[in-house]
Structures are given as structure tokens and as C-alpha cells.
Design a protein around this ligand. Structure first.
Ligand code: LLP
Length: 445
């Protein structure tokens, strides 16, 4: 397996450079060996050029949609001040789940009109923050809506109140891991058509600004086909709401969830164009059939905006052989990337130095944590790799840092932003002091 065959998993700016110390990987013009020496490992890197390319691709396809479109970044894939700020500068909306992500958005000064709030069981604190800070709230259920009615009634006159969209449960999921399916009939997310009808009646009765419908069928799918019947279901609902209440959605969102390649077997990268064009065509045909006005199309990707931009960098701390396996034991694993253990995701990897070396045979790349499930990469053709070498794991920009933990006392890694040959620390590595910052000792006896 040559590096060339894995190259498309890495950020678009990846190159092999030789600045006098042998060939090695560079991203965003920055040599990874130098970054690891300066900032330590595990280390997470985000390549600005790849983020920009992903936003451009979505934007380009949405521009062809007649009623206009918006991109909303699903912050759950990974949020920090820099990412929130950068997305806002691109005019990308930010989907925040609850008061925590809303806090990041606020400190990053994200424009209120572009903040959208999700959540299946929003607390009072979530809703109060959303009312203060968001332009749009996606309502999951009637209980939530009743609390919003109360909040609207209590709001001082003249204070802006967010637009509301209803999250509709289409009754059909996309093809993905069961933990990531959300659209199926028995899903905990969203409301069925008859509940949505009650929700519309409630909004209209209380004068709330209901402007859109939303659905989301699951996350990390490669086949857009199941979106077709879901669009039909949601447009049937829209037509019946028009007939019953004279209300039509000005905005429609099919959520997010378009997949990415994690391993060379997943290549080529699933084409965003295919996904967005599929949704746009289904909407155009479906609205025309029912005589509905074409809504603004909102897409809500997380992973497909940020996964490929991210690389995780580890150092090999030990190498060993067992009966049938070659193990490379790394200084990071399930504490910074739970995804292989949780979903069985197959990742790829490459040595940083001289990545074009011939393969020696399959390797198992495992982390240092006290679980046999702490294996990052299984059975991957790899060159001979020595202890202390650096390993780069591509497609690491989504849901890894976001789901990271302090398991076994692991310190969460530093995160760097790479742009035009320069690195910027956007999240420092946790310190030992951070580990006990919330702890209190017992009272003296
Ligand atoms: N919109 C809604 C309402 C969502 O629930 C999600 C993901 C997204 C958008 C973004 O989906 P994406 O484009 O990132 O696939 N921890 C799992 C993923 C869980 C996704 C939850 N919701 C993983 O690591 O694969």
C-alpha cells in the first residue's frame, strides 16, 4: 500500500517534503516532525485549506439551487473558539446543541442570525440560552414547545425571539451504524406528522415565528437514496399544513450526515455534489408536484466539513510481536479517539518520516489505555516502523476531540491550526492541574 493510495484520506495540502532531514509529511506547509517536536504528541492538526475546500464545495452546489441555500456546521463534530470563529467568517451557520456549545458560539462572537439550536431534551438553561443567543431553534417535541410558548410570553416586548423550525421524524433512517441512525420510526428524535400538526397549531395560536421544517435520518451515510422518501413525507406534511393552516415552510433542512472516507477502502471520497444535488432535485420535483413554494435549502454537515481537515499525530512508544500480530503501541488511543471502539470504524495511518517506504506487512496500532478494545487501527499494511517514530492518522477532524475523555488520566491533546506554512495553537494540551481543577479534598477528620 503506497502512500499515494492513502493520500486522498489526508488534507488537500498534504505533501512529502525534504528540508534536509529526509522526506516527511507536511500539511499546510508545516512539517509534522517539527510540529511534534515543538508541541508533543498526541497532537491534533486542522488544515485551513481543506476546511475552505469543503465549505466551497457545499456552497458551489447550493448556489445552483434556485431558492438559495445555507450551510450550517454541526458543531457537535468538534467545536472550539477558532472553528466557531472561522465558520462564522465564512458565513456558515452554527448548529449548537445546548448551553455549552452556545457558550462557545457567544465567546467566539458568532452572529446571532446564524446560530441554530438543536437538542432532543433541552433543559431550561438550554432554552433560555437559545432564546437569548440563537436566530433559530429546532423544536424536537411538544413539551419543549410549551416551554418556548411560556418563554415567549415572558419575554419583554421588542426583544427578538428566535424563529422556530419543527424537527419531523420521517420514519426512515439512512444506512449507517445503528448508533448513528435517527430517522427510523422508533427513534427518540423529532415528532411524527400528527404531532407536528399540533405543534403548528400551537405556534400559530401563540404568534410564534414558525419558519421551517427539519429532519435528519442519521450520520455518516454514503447513499442518499433514503432521503427521497423522507423528502416526500415531509412535503406531504407541508402540503397538509398549507391546506389546514395556510402555513408553508420558508426553510427546509434535511439535516446532515454525509459520510467521509476513513480508510483507503472507502475511497474515493463520497461526493458532496452527489448528496446535495440529490436533495435539491427531490425538493424541486416534490414542491412542484404539490404546488408548494420552494423553500431555502439548509444543509447541516458536521463530519464532511471537518473530518478530512484533521490529522492525529502519535508517537510509537513500543513495538512488539505476538503470535500473529505486529503491534505498534502509540501514546494515544481511545481517550482521544473512541470511534473504533464505539462504532468499529476502520481508520488508516501512515508513518510521518519517509511515508513511501515499502510495506513490511500488516500492523495493529493500539493505544496505551487499559482495555483490549483500545485499538485505533487494525490489520493495516505498514512499512517497518521503529519505536519513537511518528504516525499520522488521517480523517481525524470529526467527533474525535469532541468525544475525547480523561480515561486513565489522559490529558486531552493540543490542537493546532495550520495555514499558509504557519501553525497556531487553537487549543492547548490539558495539564495535570486541569485534571484535578474541579476536585475538592475531603473535610479534615
Ligand atoms: N444534524 C443533526 C440533527 C445531527 O444529529 C447530526 C449528527 C448532524 C447534523 C451532523 O452529522 P454529520 O454530518 O457530522 O455526520 N459520534 C458519531 C456521530 C454522531 C452524529 C450525531 N448527530 C460519530 O463519531 O460517528
Amino acid at each position: 500500500m503506497s502512500f499515494q493510495e492513502r493520500r486522498a484520506l489526508f488534507p488537500v495540502s498534504v505533501e512529502i517534503v525534504d528540508r534536509g532531514n529526509g522526506p516527511g509529511l507536511a500539511i499546510g506547509g508545516c512539517e509534522l516532525t517539527a510540529l511534534a517536536a515543538e508541541y508533543g504528541t498526541p497532537l491534533y492538526l486542522y488544515d485551513q485549506a481543506t476546511l475552505a475546500a469543503a465549505v466551497d464545495t457545499y456552497r458551489h452546489v447550493l448556489d445552483a439551487y434556485p431558492a438559495g441555500g445555507e450551510i450550517t456546521y454541526a458543531g457537535k463534530a468538534g467545536l472550539n473558539l477558532a472553528l466557531a470563529q472561522w465558520m462564522d467568517r465564512q458565513g456558515v451557520w452554527l448548529d449548537c446543541t445546548g448551553v455549552g456549545e452556545l457558550h462557545v458560539a457567544q465567546v467566539a462572537s458568532v452572529d446571532r442570525s446564524r446560530v441554530l439550536v438543536h437538542g432532543v431534551a433541552k433543559t431550561d438553561a438550554d432554552l433560555q440560552a437559545a432564546v437569548r443567543q440563537a436566530g433559530t431553534i429546532v423544536v424536537d417535541n411538544l413539551d419543549e414547545l410549551r416551554r418556548l410558548v411560556d418563554l415567549a410570553a415572558a419575554a419583554p416586548p421588542g426583544q427578538p425571539f428566535p424563529d422556530l423550525w419543527l424537527r419531523v421524524l420521517p420514519g426512515l433512517a439512512v444506512d449507517t451504524h445503528a448508533f448513528r441512525q435517527t430517522g427510523q420510526e422508533d427513534s427518540k428524535f423529532g415528532m411524527d406528522a400528527s404531532t407536528a400538526r399540533q405543534a403548528v397549531a400551537l405556534c400559530l395560536r401563540h404568534g410564534l415565528s414558525l419558519t421551517g421544517l427539519h429532519f435528519h435520518q442519521g450520520s455518516h451515510f454514503h447513499d442518499p437514496t433514503p432521503i427521497g422518501p423522507a423528502v416526500e413525507m415531509v412535503l406531504d406534511l407541508a402540503a397538509s399544513l398549507r391546506d389546514e393552516f395556510g402555513w408553508t415552510p420558508a426553510h427546509l433542512s434535511p439535516g446532515g450526515g454525509w459520510g467521509v472516507a476513513y480508510h483507503e477502502d472507502d475511497l474515493p471520497q463520497p461526493a458532496v455534489e452527489e448528496y446535495v444535488t440529490f436533495v435539491a432535485e427531490a425538493l424541486i420535483a416534490g414542491c412542484e408536484k404539490r404546488g408548494l413554494p420552494l423553500p431555502v435549502l439548509h444543509v447541516e454537515p458536521g463530519r464532511s466539513l471537518v473530518a478530512r481537515a484533521g490529522v492525529a499525530l502519535y508517537r510509537v512508544r513500543a513495538a512488539k510481536r505476538t503470535l500473529s500480530r505486529r503491534w505498534l503501541l502509540l501514546d494515544g488511543g481511545m481517550a482521544d479517539n473512541i470511534r473504533p471502539a464505539l462504532y468499529g470504524t476502520r481508520y488508516s495511518a501512515s508513518p510521518v518520516a519517509n511515508p513511501q517506504r515499502p510495506d513490511e506487512g500488516p500492523a495493529w496500532l493500539a493505544g496505551p489505555y487499559c482495555e483490549s478494545g483500545d485499538i485505533l487501527v487494525e490489520n493495516l499494511p505498514m512499512p517497518a516502523v521503529e519505536t519513537d517514530e511518528l504516525i499520522a492518522v488521517p480523517a481525524s477532524g470529526a467527533y474525535q476531540i469532541a468525544m475525547s475523555s480523561n480515561y486513565n488520566g489522559a490529558l486531552k491533546p493540543a490542537v493546532l491550526w495550520l495555514e499558509a506554512g504557519r501553525e497556531h495553537v487553537i487549543q492547548r494540551r490539558q495539564t495535570l492541574a486541569d485534571l484535578i481543577a474541579r476536585d475538592e479534598v475531603l473535610p479534615t477528620e
